[in-house]
Design a protein around this ligand. Structure first.
Ligand code: FAD
Length: 385
């Protein structure tokens, strides 16, 4: 066992909690989701007892120590990334007590029942209704593009409770158990061949009164809390909403497989690498602002808009560099064999097929640019249609 922890790789000053954390990880080399949640390591920036109330420096320390110990966090993207923060923001003590620990431990998976066939970018036009009947809400409507609905135990649901109020004011926010009678989940298989999202039909679904989150009619402002967290969650370093390969990975793969002499592809590689650097610097500015206690300002919206385009540029370029082998699913000829092409990894072919979704999910790129235009550049508001 090390007597003193080495300085962190990124050169930041060491943190007093690092040694304590490292000892805990040595004592728990294969922690369960619940143990990680109990120790506050799943979402360290959440307040205790669910997190550590960690500032960005401590978050980096936790990330480094988990990586060093080879420990992965539980996966529950929507639960941990955006349902949980909304429950923390507006949930009752009972709701926090009931839902947050199983959510952090990924013992209960969550989905997001927001988009409808007629309400995506203009989410406030949603028509799913919830009517109070005694002590129960009765929900009627349809949702679409609901990622993980087929695996989820709970969904965060937006439904209209005040049909006569202006559209942004008549919406409420609920927790919806996905096994409630009246819920039908139908799969939608996307062009990667993967089943991630679904249509969800809600036919006289009865929710207990206490499943309302926040005040009745306050759903729009809570939905914005959820979507704000979604946009931050989707803006990591990898090409696919923070996951998957980066521009650096693409350049390294090209270099490791002999480079390319095609002048156009070389130009595009340099450009995509430059985009990656700009995004990395923007992310560092966001972290630096957070450390200094300054709100991130325009960087977050700008980063989301740039990162989605960047992910598509990486995947388009990977396909063009690979040529015909890009059409393979990654199970084709082994790397180094005459027919292989430089991209044997299934991630690239999956990534290329998934990339069009980047500028749609989490708010389309046009909507992101509207937000930048209105809130940052002070341009006139997008006309309502
Ligand atoms: C991979 C993926 C996962 C998803 N998961 C979920 C989920 O789990 N839960 C959920 O609720 N939803 C989910 N969605 C849905 C997503 O939120 C919507 O697709 C998105 O909000 C866009 O809505 P829409 O598809 O109805 O397109 P529309 O809103 O109909 O937009 C169509 C086109 O018109 C453009 N447009 C619309 N309004 C404007 C405007 N004012 N100005 C300029 N252009 C405009 C759009 O940019 C787009 O190009 C997911 C989507 C994807 C791609």
């Amino acid at each position: 066992m090390d007597s003193a922890p080495p300085p962190p790789a990124d050169g930041t000053d060491d943190h007093p909690l690092r040694a304590e954390l490292r000892t805990w990880l040595e004592e728990h080399p294969t922690p369960s989701g619940r143990q990680l949640a109990g120790r506050g390591l799943v979402a360290p920036h959440w307040p205790p007892p669910w997190g550590l109330g960690a500032d960005p420096t401590l978050q980096l320390v936790v990330d480094e120590e988990l990586r060093r110990a080879g420990v992965r966090r539980p996966e529950n993207t929507i639960g941990i990334g955006w349902a949980g923060p909304t429950l923390l923001h507006a949930g009752t003590e009972e709701q926090k007590e009931r839902y947050l620990v199983p959510l952090l431990a990924a013992e209960e998976i969550w989905c997001q029942l927001f988009s409808e066939p007629g309400a995506g970018s203009d989410l406030a036009s949603l028509t799913t209704r919830a009517e109070l009947d005694g002590d129960e809400w009765v929900v009627q409507g349809q949702k679409v593009w609901t990622s993980y609905a087929h695996r989820a135990q709970f969904g965060i649901l937006l439904a209209r409770t005040e049909p006569d109020a202006p559209k942004h004011q008549g919406i409420s926010y609920f927790v919806c158990p996905m096994d409630a009678p009246g819920i039908t989940v139908r799969p939608l298989v996307d062009m990667t061949g993967t089943h991630t999202f679904n249509e969800v039909f809600l036919d006289e679904v009865r929710l207990p009164r206490e499943n309302l989150v926040g005040e009745r009619g306050q759903g729009w402002s809570l939905g914005k809390v959820t979507l704000g967290n979604e946009r931050v969650s989707l803006s990591g370093a990898g090409a696919l909403w923070g996951m998957g390969p980066t521009a650096d990975d693409l350049v390294a793969t090209v270099r490791d497989t002999g480079g390319t002499s095609d002048p156009i592809l070389r130009q595009r590689l340099a450009r995509v690498w430059g985009e990656g650097e700009i995004l990395r610097l923007l992310r560092m500015r966001m972290v630096a602002a957070a450390v200094a206690g300054v709100p991130p300002g325009a960087e977050a919206s700008v980063r989301k808009a740039l990162a989605d385009d960047h992910g598509q540029h990486i995947m388009d370029l990977a396909r063009d560099l690979a040529g015909a082998s890009a059409m393979l699913d990654g199970t084709g000829p082994a790397p180094g064999t005459p027919d292989a092409g430089p991209w044997p990894d299934a991630m690239w072919s999956y990534g290329f097929l998934f990339a069009p979704a980047l500028t749609i999910g989490g708010g389309t790129s046009e909507v992101q640019r509207n937000i930048i235009a209105e809130r940052t550049l002070g341009l006139p508001h997008d006309p309502e249609v």
